[in-house]
Design a binder for this molecule. Structure first.
Ligand SMILES: [Zn+2]
Length: 398
């Protein structure tokens, strides 16, 4: 197991951290492109705080506030054209995962001429512009990762643009920007970070450092999720602070581990069914643990212990209570999403199942969809595909 750990993002945290550390922006240049969604920068106050921080440092900026949820290549090209035309020195992303990830792709396209396929094949000929991330949700962790996840129509899913030159130079964590989030956003983003911590702990690429971080993140997140499930009111400032901290911790984890089958499958639910990213993962997460438990019982036990849970039923109950009523999915859709997900790079990062899982010949196995392949499908398919089908088939969406 690799013991490498590299995370070059400078993290500033606490109330008013943009104001306190405004001088940092001077190290990046004299003109910025501020990238955000249609509302988040204004509604949270982060946009105004950034504007005054830049002004105090004599830094000019252009605003691109047209990043949609789940942005695609077209939108980032549009913003990159603005970055070039205005000759900016750096890019600041404000928002949830969509604007932060868009900011990274924009930073690449501002300095590199790349077609839609080459964009996802780093390294790049020229260094991307420096990136600064200001999260206004607590879930993506993008502020400390070198990943930009973009909707990619060519593969009918999302593609991961990842390279070490995409680490933000700085992340500003001010939990006040998350105070006004609607409940469904708070819940979905909290479930996304749960997924990052659980998948990161189980991932093939896990390291001793990422595992420690994942368990610590789960210890913080467990009580926070229970509080969210019990209390329908707006979370307290202290709870918001906890959620933002554990979200960034989860980002540090997936920086080193990547994600696994749950995210690969979740992208299909988002692309085809417009299910929010965190929610899509959470629909798949409990069953993925049930599936992995026979082969990776010790690790699943560690996850449950860190969350202070007795068993997987406790895990499922908590996730289900946060999800509420679930979506419907036909068997044909399930087959289609599984076939796409199986091609994703993060499938190989999913821990392997034993060659002959204990449920293979059991009556439980009979509940698998009929298209579960025979073992002669080739090693990779025979190991992974039943898992994909099983994860999807048991989200109770049929
Ligand atoms: Zn995620």
């Amino acid at each position: 197991m690799s013991q490498a750990f590299y995370l070059p993002t400078r993290v500033f945290g606490g109330a008013d951290c943009l104001k306190t550390h405004a001088a940092f922006f001077r190290t990046l240049g004299t003109k910025a492109l501020v990238v955000t969604g249609r509302r988040s920068a204004v509604a949270t106050g982060a946009g105004a705080d950034l504007a005054s921080a830049l002004e105090t440092q004599g830094i000019d900026y252009e605003l691109f506030d047209q990043v949609p949820p789940n942005p695609g290549i077209t939108e980032v090209r549009e913003a990159a054209a603005v970055a070039r035309a205005e000759d900016v020195d750096f890019v600041v992303g404000i928002g949830g995962g969509s604007p932060l990830d868009a900011a990274k792709a924009i930073a690449v396209l501002a300095t590199n001429d790349l077609d839609d396929q080459a964009l996802f094949v780093p390294p790049f000929a020229k260094l991307p512009l420096p990136i600064v991330a200001i999260p206004t949700t607590a879930g993506t962790g993008s502020e400390v990762t070198p990943y930009a996840i973009l909707t990619n129509d060519r593969i009918q899913s999302k593609s991961n643009l990842g390279h070490e030159t995409l680490f933000p130079r700085a992340a500003f964590l001010d939990a006040r920007y998350t105070y006004g989030l609607p409940r469904h956003v708070t819940v979905n983003t909290a479930l996304d970070q749960l997924s990052h911590l659980v998948e990161g702990y189980l991932a093939v690429r896990g390291t001793p450092f990422s595992s420690e971080l994942a368990l610590q993140g789960l210890r913080s997140l467990g009580p926070a999720l229970r509080a969210l499930a019990i209390n329908q009111e707006q979370p307290s400032p202290a709870l918001r602070e906890t959620l933002l901290l554990s979200s960034t911790t989860a980002g540090m984890v997936i920086t080193h581990t990547g994600t696994t089958a749950v995210h690969a499958l979740g992208y299909g639910l988002t692309y085809f069914k417009d299910i929010d990213h965190g929610r899509a993962n959470a629909l798949l997460l409990p069953e993925s643990l049930v599936f992995l438990q026979p082969a990776h019982g010790d690790k699943v036990r560690d996850i449950l212990d860190a969350l202070d849970m007795r068993n997987l039923q406790d895990f499922r109950s908590l996730v289900d209570s946060l999800l509420g009523p679930k979506e419907t999915l036909t068997e044909a859709e399930m087959r289609q999403f599984a076939a796409i997900a199986i091609q994703a790079r993060n499938m190989a990062n999913t821990p392997r199942y034993p060659p002959r899982p204990t449920w293979w010949n059991s009556t439980e196995g009979a509940s698998l969809p009929r298209d579960a392949p025979p073992r002669s499908d080739g090693a990779r398919m025979s190991i992974l595909r039943p898992g994909v089908a099983r994860c999807l088939s048991t989200t109770k969406m049929i």
